[in-house]
Design a protein around this ligand. Structure first.
Ligand code: COA
Ligand code: UVW
Length: 331
């Protein structure tokens, strides 16, 4: 299974328009040229035309075929101001403030999605996650039936004995700092759905903790245990189990000792972290120490495909996340 190659091929089979909001970042410029050259998606990039062309020349990359829009001077500003004002006037926003906000590249790009001028968006190489999330929450909002937006990361490991032939989906590593049991259950169910949709394999979801099946007592453990109960009630068809430690989730011999009888222990291919501290730290440790590819964060539960990057991303990370965003946009 070469999931990253598969995403690129699927994206190329039905080209979507993806907008990059951070046109002054070298990795974004290089990735835009690569995505266009490999015909993974059609790219719109937000930048000042002269300045980005100068940068592209300096890097020796070709941006021909890529649409460049300067939000400050765009013909869409009046339309976006009116639309954004309508969306946010209940929060007491003034028209002048709305105009200033939609010129911000992250808001402008999100308005491009909202008004169907682009199919998906990738940002976060130069901006912290919260700055990418806020316009998404305010403008495109949540998909039907979703109350908590979260994120999934596809981890492609060197060791194929873990997860699904070396692929693990982990969540939530980017959005919810301290999810309660209801939110944790929703994160687990949504991540199982993302796994099935994007990767096609049957999710086996482990709800992680520092305790396995009652081995430790603490309110944080209770939060995870309650989430497992809620997830079972709300999605009885899904294979979800816990609470369990990471070794019990991933290693058969440990899983059978700590959680005998569990159909997930030792076989998990989806890991749900109990909170954002463990999730964000956990995925970065595996990425950096085990040399895994970490694609995402892929936002789940938004009404449109808008995805975040880590500021530590490489050009390859941007290209891979763009392919996934394009595949999401096809659905
Ligand atoms: C997501 C985040 C930016 C929102 O926090 P905030 O700026 O304090 O915003 P608020 O809580 O006031 O919410 C802003 C809006 O987003 C909505 N919202 C917040 N979290 C949400 C979630 N998880 N799902 C859906 N909607 C959400 C709120 O309902 C609100 O909507 P409204 O403005 O229409 O009323 C914040 O939770 C955050 O910073 N998360 C951590 C991001 C991060 O640093 N990750 C680590 C690196 S990847
Ligand atoms: C996902 C993430 O951790 O993003 P950043 O590195 O930009 O904070």
């Amino acid at each position: 299974m070469d999931v990253l190659k598969d995403f690129k091929e699927k994206a190329a089979s039905n080209l979507q328009t993806i907008i990059f909001a951070e046109g002054d970042d070298e990795r974004i410029i290089r990735a835009a040229a690569e995505v266009e050259a490999e015909k993974i998606a059609k790219i719109i990039i937000l930048a000042e035309a002269e300045s980005i062309q100068k940068q592209a020349e300096e890097y020796g990359v070709d941006l021909s075929g890529i649409e460049i829009i300067n939000p400050e001077k765009s013909e869409y500003i009046a339309e976006f101001t009116d639309e954004f004002y309508e969306l946010r006037k209940h929060k007491g926003i003034a028209k002048e403030e709305a105009e200033k906000i939609v010129k911000d590249p992250l808001y402008f790009a999100t308005m491009m999605i909202y008004t169907n001028k682009a199919d998906g968006m990738v940002a976060g190489a130069a901006n912290a996650t919260g700055n990418v999330l806020r316009p998404a929450f305010q403008i495109v909002k949540t998909a039907e039936g979703i109350s908590t937006v979260s994120s999934a990361i596809i981890m492609v490991l060197k060791d194929k004995s873990f997860g699904e032939d070396g692929v693990l989906v982990v969540s939530d590593c980017a959005v919810n700092p301290a999810p309660n049991s209801d939110q944790l259950a929703e994160i687990a169910i949504t991540t199982a759905d993302t796994t099935k949709r994007l990767l096609g394999f049957e999710p086996r979801v482990a709800m992680l903790s520092f305790s396995t099946m009652g081995s430790a007592k603490h309110e944080n453990v209770d939060n995870v245990r309650n989430a497992v109960g809620i997830a079972h009630k709300n999605a009885p068809h899904l294979k979800i189990d816990g609470e369990m430690q990471a070794d019990a989730a991933l290693v058969e011999s440990v899983g059978s000792r700590k959680a005998p009888g569990s159909e997930i222990a030792g076989k998990a291919n989806v890991l749900i972290f109990p909170d954002l501290q463990s999730g964000n730290i956990g995925y970065k440790l595996v990425q950096r120490l085990a040399g895994a590819d970490a694609v995402g964060p892929i936002l789940q539960g938004l009404a449109a495909p808008i995805n975040d990057l880590s500021r530590g991303c490489s050009v390859d990370d941007v290209v891979n996340l763009t392919a996934i965003t394009a595949v999401q946009a096809q659905n």
